[in-house]
Design a protein around this ligand. Structure first.
Ligand SMILES: O=C(O)CCC(=O)C(=O)O
Ligand SMILES: [Fe+2]
Length: 342
């Protein structure tokens, strides 16, 4: 049986001249059709540093309704911290596989881990071109004892970064909540108690037309705030009106997307956008997703404010713990269908 360090894609894919059959996507899922650039089909850009709060709210709400995605500038997270974080996380993924695995096996409950689709429980699934380091990062500091300690400044830098991202995520949720006329602080507390980061690493691929870094999906989060590697142009693509839009990285700009949980909470008023990640043949790409997650016991259901009149609730309630387990097992489409009330 293969050990985790032998499975990690980054440890062995650099010697390949072709894509192993287990990683070849079905023809209908391959990323070969037309892709629009984000400069031609712009993903809305919101300047959070402006003084007109009402206008910021309007822009965020419009983008969330139309795209399920927007980008933010003047967000308050310093450029130095962003650069330092990305550098440390790239350094992490550049370490030898054995060392990476050693750094990620401290947590007996496996909340902090590195994984790749080779060790997936679902043998029938097509494998994907990425390795991911993931761990919870709640402001309480819980779990820090299980975070990697290499590179040496990992905990210090990632600790600072995730604490800044927590403030930013709560600020964006407060703006959205205000626009949606929810009670002040609606998303504070259980709904945002258990944020997590996923550090995705996509090695260069011998044939990007056959593979995917991440297949089409909606995030199982309230919102996700993504930092993209500015050195790699091609990666994230968003589906809008049946067309794929490539979201090219802009230095120090975050990409925010609405997750499936917020779609449920807003009773479908906001819709989580489907997106995917394509690979490239020349450079490894790193992305850092800050995912806003509730506590496991928290019940996810449409907010009262959206079911008082018509339409009535469109989704059944479910605890986040159950939701997450089902999402992992069945994928976003099935869980969305299962929760939907016809
Ligand atoms: O790597 C990216 O650009 C996005 C990754 C993603 O969609 C995810 O982690 O949910
Ligand atoms: Fe995603």
């Amino acid at each position: 049986m293969e050990t985790m360090d032998q499975m990690l894609l980054s440890g062995w894919c650099n010697v390949l001249s072709s894509v192993p059959p287990s990683y070849v996507q079905l023809p209908e899922d391959r990323p070969v059709g037309k892709v629009f650039s984000s400069s031609s089909r712009e993903i809305p850009m919101v300047d959070l540093g402006r003084h007109d709060r009402g206008d910021i709210i309007k822009q965020i709400l419009k983008a969330s309704k139309e795209y399920g995605f927007f980008q933010v500038t003047n967000h308050g997270v310093s450029k130095d911290l962003i650069d330092e974080t990305l550098n440390i996380l790239k350094e992490f993924h550049a370490m030898p596989s054995k060392e990476k695995v050693n750094e990620c096996f401290k947590d007996p409950n496996r909340n902090c881990k590195i994984y790749t689709s080779r060790n997936n429980d679902k043998p029938y699934e097509i494998l994907i071109w990425k390795d991911t380091l993931t761990h919870p990062c709640p402001p309480s500091g819980e779990y820090v004892e299980y975070w990697p300690q290499k590179p040496t400044k990992y905990r210090e830098v990632v600790g600072k970064y995730t604490s800044e991202l927590n403030k930013l995520a709560l600020e964006i949720l407060e703006l959205l909540g205000e626009g949606l006329e929810l009670d002040n602080g609606y998303f504070c507390g259980a709904l945002s108690e258990n944020p997590s980061i996923s550090v995705n690493h996509y090695p260069p691929c011998p044939d990007p037309s056959l593979t995917l870094g991440v297949p089409i999906h909606k995030d199982p989060s309230i919102i996700t705030i993504l930092l993209q590697d500015e050195e790699v142009q091609q990666g994230l693509q968003v589906l809008k009106d049946g067309q794929w839009i490539g979201v090219e990285p802009i230095p120090h700009v975050f990409v925010v997307n609405i997750g499936l949980l917020l779609q449920i909470i807003t009773n479908g008023r906001l819709v989580a956008a489907e997106h995917r990640v394509v690979t490239n043949s020349s450079r490894a790409r790193t992305s850092v997703a800050y995912l806003m997650y509730p506590s496991s016991e928290c019940i996810i259901e449409p907010a009262q404010a959206f079911i008082n009149g018509s339409p009535s609730a469109t989704y059944k309630p479910m605890s986040f713990g159950e939701f997450r387990a089902k999402y992992l097992l069945k994928g976003y489409k099935q869980i969305e269908e299962e929760l939907h009330i016809n």
